[in-house]
Design a binder for this molecule. Structure first.
Ligand SMILES: [Zn+2]
Length: 274
């Protein structure tokens, strides 16, 4: 399988790297340096440099009502075979499965490792922040690498999920009966609630720097979070496209997220005390 080019996608095959301006990098570095409680909200733009397509901006994938309805809890319960077929085609394809953290994910983990307090609330289901080594990660939409049994609540990892077309629970009870229930992916489906919103709200209210990375803030409830940054605190946005709250932000950088964050943190580490 190591020779199949589909399994080793070129990291930047969807978007070329857009470099930030030097002055913007410097400003982001200054904001990070001054911050004692940084909160990150990350979205699809955080992972494009890892080769994961941003479905929303690329071809309006998510707008297709047919796919949306197939990615629902109702559909999973009614037709687990059809649900898992589409779920696996969408999320368990080689682009997702072979994706690795990019320089931005790694830099965020490094800056936390030297003692910066940083909480990450991510809309991404790819698990790349944790793979990079970040500890305080809240997955608002769950993680495609985990599944659970709705009946006995046993949890499973990716190898079990991939082993059969429709993954089943193989937990044996005390009497030796196998559970056999069809598993649910540990992701928020389109008819389910986003997770950790209360934590996100309080974190944003208390943050002295909110860093919005790679999300165009189009979908509530996450989209409204930056409105709760208090007036004396800082809001920085790194995203290719404009957002509705750019005018309120202290710093806006329309450039590649991973490259921008990694350059700013590299500069931070060149300062005394890091
Ligand atoms: Zn079970």
């Amino acid at each position: 399988m190591g020779h199949d080019p589909e399994l080793h996608p070129t990291p930047h095959r969807f978007l070329p790297i857009i470099e930030p301006e030097d002055a913007q990098v410097q400003e982001l570095k200054n904001l990070l340096h001054q911050s004692h409680r940084t909160v990150v909200i990350s979205g699809a733009g955080m992972s494009t440099e890892s080769g994961i397509p941003d479905f929303r901006s690329e071809n309006g994938f998510w707008e297709e009502a047919d796919i949306l309805s197939k990615m629902s809890d109702a559909h999973l319960n009614a037709q687990p075979e059809d649900f898992w077929l589409h779920f696996k085609q969408t999320f368990m394809n080689p682009r997702f499965m072979s994706a690795v953290p990019n320089e931005g994910h790694l830099a965020l983990a490094e800056v936390a490792a030297v003692g910066k307090q940083i909480k990450i609330f991510t809309q991404n289901v790819d698990g790349l922040h944790q793979m990079a080594g970040s500890m305080n990660v809240y997955e608002l939409h769950g993680n495609i690498r985990h599944a659970f049994c709705p009946k006995c609540h046993t949890r499973y990892g990716i190898s079990h999920i991939l082993a059969e077309d429709v993954p089943h629970c193989n937990y044996f009870d005390m009497k030796g009966n196998e559970c056999q229930e069809a598993l649910h992916p540990d992701v928020v489906l389109f008819d389910q609630m986003v997770r950790h919103m209360e934590d996100a709200f309080y974190a944003v209210v208390r943050a002295d720097l909110l860093l919005v990375l790679g999300t165009s803030l189009l979908v509530d409830p996450v989209a409204s979070l930056p409105q709760y940054v208090s007036a004396e605190h800082k809001l920085a946005i790194v995203n290719l496209d404009e957002t509705y709250i750019d005018k309120r932000a202290d710093l806006v950088i329309h450039a590649s997220v991973g490259r921008t964050v990694s350059r700013a943190i590299e500069q931070l580490f060149s300062m005394p005390g890091y």
